[in-house]
Design a binder for this molecule. Structure first.
Ligand SMILES: [Zn+2]
Length: 443
């Protein structure tokens, strides 16, 4: 009989989705957590004698690993609905103007806190977030309790943070120090060169060398739409992916945002370097950028993960709608008989953890991993009966069904409310920024 003491016992979960190698799903299971780590996974009766500081009854609920969003710009939640009826290039024009009026460190911290709270309430426990003032962004995100991977952003021009190139390099060199001062759940180091249309090949090369020195990953936008590809082809006689290869970027663990229009050679290059795609179907469809052929990528051993993109192009940070869109688009393109719902769910969990280099710590429910967990309340008309659990997760569950969230064993969402951020206060602060933006834009 097990008699040891644990920090938290989540007991009696009606279903436990492990997303482990065997993709096991257990019924009537419990798990125990100590120091943020999963220590026991067993049938409820076997853990009944554990002494726990916190006990949580998960009857009627699905216990699953937290979702991982591999491409977003959380602070852009402040610009939700600001750039409508435009394609990518029109979107960038409109958003960059609004950003210059709104985004300073204080507002980036606020916008990222808002984005992090929205993400957590929807069951996303880890985000790969690219934005200017990444230290402010990280503070905002950590204050909400999310596992937040941010990193210094690189552009050829000063941008609204006003940083010159050398200052960007300096910030990157100090980034690990910045992360440890701010604290929060452990995250890997990432550098974030924005795109091949905003960085010269020589600057890309510098970032890639720095990333290798720092053992850092890289997050970058690639081949989001056809005019981006045309622009790069005209300028360098290469595809954006070929440019990444020749500048050495792919030597580091790379997550490519969007990757909608990749040639067969591009796919081979990305697969050869073990890069991963952050497939953002919501944003891609809304901006009319195109639909990535993810089956083709996967058939060529190119890993596919899922992202929302920022709120000014996808309008929300709901990974469930991304999961459902990815599945529906997959069926439409490849035939419903080829769709495996469990594989789509893996893209939002363990596949993303692998792409981030975090497969030993998150992405599935296994002993020894960090407790990044969500509970989904099945006591809803749209979630009964339950004949096929992965079909339910992919095609029926929505963010309002997420009742509780733990990150690193910390209970950051309880009964669908953030335990760390007071919503009325957050809402009042966001409203103030929004009023200022409207006033400025009328001038
Ligand atoms: Zn993006």
């Amino acid at each position: 009989m097990i008699t040891s003491k644990v920090d938290t016992l989540i007991f009696n979960a009606s279903y436990l989705i492990t997303v482990n190698k065997e993709n096991q799903v257990h019924k009537n299971y419990s798990i125990a957590i100590t120091n943020g780590q999963i220590t026991h996974i067993a049938p409820t009766e076997e853990l009944a004698h554990l002494e726990a500081k916190n006990k949580f009854d998960a009857h009627g609920k699905i216990l699953a690993p937290g979702l991982i969003n591999t491409h977003t710009h959380l602070a852009m939640s402040l610009l939700r609905g600001w750039a409508e009826g435009v394609d990518l290039q029109g979107f960038l024009d409109r958003v960059w103007t609004a950003e210059s009026l709104t985004m300073n460190p204080e507002n980036v911290e606020l916008g990222t806190r808002l984005g992090a709270v929205e993400s957590l309430l929807a069951g996303t426990t880890t985000t790969l977030d690219m934005y200017l003032f990444p230290d402010a962004a990280h503070k905002g995100a950590v204050s909400a309790g999310i596992r937040h991977i941010s990193g210094p952003i690189f552009l050829d021009f000063p941008g609204l943070d006003g940083l010159q190139w050398e200052q960007r390099i300096e910030l990157a060199k100090n980034w690990q120090q910045v992360l440890s001062e701010i604290g929060g759940p452990d995250v890997p180091t990432f550098l974030m060169p924005h795109a091949t249309y905003t960085l010269s090949p020589s600057h890309l090369k510098q970032v890639s060398e720095l990333a290798q020195q720092m053992n850092a990953g890289i997050s970058i936008h690639i081949s989001e739409n056809l005019s981006e590809n045309d622009q790069i082809q005209k300028k360098y006689s290469k595809t954006p992916t070929a440019l990444l290869e020749s500048s050495g970027v792919l030597q580091s663990q790379t997550i490519v945002g969007h990757g909608v229009h990749l040639t067969d050679d591009d796919i081979k290059i990305l697969a050869k370097f073990h890069a991963a795609i952050a497939h953002c179907p919501g944003s891609n469809l809304k901006l009319g950028s195109g639909i990535a052929d993810i089956k083709k990528y996967q058939d060529s051993n190119l890993a596919v993960t899922l992202g929302t993109d920022g709120c000014s192009s996808s309008n929300d940070l709901d990974m469930w709608s991304v999961i459902r869109l990815a599945a529906n688009l997959y069926s439409e393109r490849n035939g419903a008989e080829n769709l495996k719902a469990d594989q789509i769910f893996r893209m939002a969990t363990i596949e993303a953890a692998k792409a981030l280099g975090l497969e030993d710590s998150i992405g599935s429910i296994e002993v020894g991993k960090q407790a990044d967990l969500i509970l989904i309340d099945l006591n809803k008309p749209h979630l009964i009966p339950l004949h096929n659990i992965f079909a339910q997760l992919v095609f029926a569950v929505g963010r309002a069904d997420v009742s509780d969230v733990w990150v690193d064993g910390k209970h950051v969402v309880a009964a669908s409310k953030s335990t760390l951020v007071e919503f009325s206060q957050l809402s009042a602060q966001v409203e103030k920024v929004s009023i200022r933006l409207h006033e400025h834009s009328k001038k």
